[in-house]
Write a protein of this length. Structure first.
Length: 144
C-alpha cells in the first residue's frame, strides 16, 4: 500500500515526537508528503468557563511556540528530502478536530502517538488516539 499523503497528529509530547519520527520513516520509503496537524483547544477562564477566545498576546505567544516547533520538525524532514506542512486546527475537542480534518481531506495514513493514560483517567477522559482510530476513514498507525 502506498502512503503518499500522511497526517501526523502533533502536540509536542514525547509520544507525538516518536509518531513524527515513524512518519518520516514511512514518508521516506514512499516518497510521501507529511502534514503536521496540531489543535488549539482554547483556554479556561474562571469568570466565564471554557472559551476559544484568545487575547492577542496569548495567540502571539502560542503561534511563536508552534513556529519554533514546526521549524525543528521541518529541519528533520528536510534532511530526508520530505516535504511537510503545518495545519493549526481550533476546536475544544482534539479528537473531533483531527477526525473532521482527516475525513474532509485525502490522507492515506494518519500517524498518532499514544498518550499513555491508564486507569481511571483513561475511563473518564477516554483516549484521543482511540477516538480517532474509530472515526477516521483511512489507515492509522498508533505509535507508543
Amino acid at each position: 500500500m502506498d502512503f503518499k499523503n500522511i497526517l501526523v497528529a502533533y502536540d509536542s509530547s514525547s509520544f507525538s515526537n516518536r509518531a513524527f519520527k515513524r512518519a518520516l520513516d514511512v514518508a521516506e520509503s514512499n516518497k510521501s508528503k507529511i502534514t503536521i496537524a496540531t489543535v488549539v483547544t482554547g483556554v479556561y477562564q474562571p469568570s466565564i468557563g471554557f472559551t476559544m477566545k484568545y487575547s492577542e498576546k496569548m495567540l502571539e505567544k502560542h503561534t511563536k511556540t508552534l513556529q519554533k516547533t514546526f521549524s525543528n520538525l521541518e529541519s528533520a524532514a528536510k534532511e530526508k528530502n520530505i516535504k511537510i506542512s503545518l495545519k493549526i486546527l481550533q476546536d475544544p475537542s482534539v479528537a473531533k478536530a483531527i477526525t473532521n480534518y482527516v475525513n474532509s481531506h485525502k490522507f492515506d495514513l494518519v500517524v498518532i502517538g499514544s498518550h499513555g493514560r491508564t486507569g481511571l483517567n483513561k475511563m473518564i477522559l477516554g483516549s484521543v488516539a482511540n477516538s480517532i482510530t474509530q472515526k477516521v476513514k483511512c489507515p492509522i498507525m498508533v505509535v507508543k
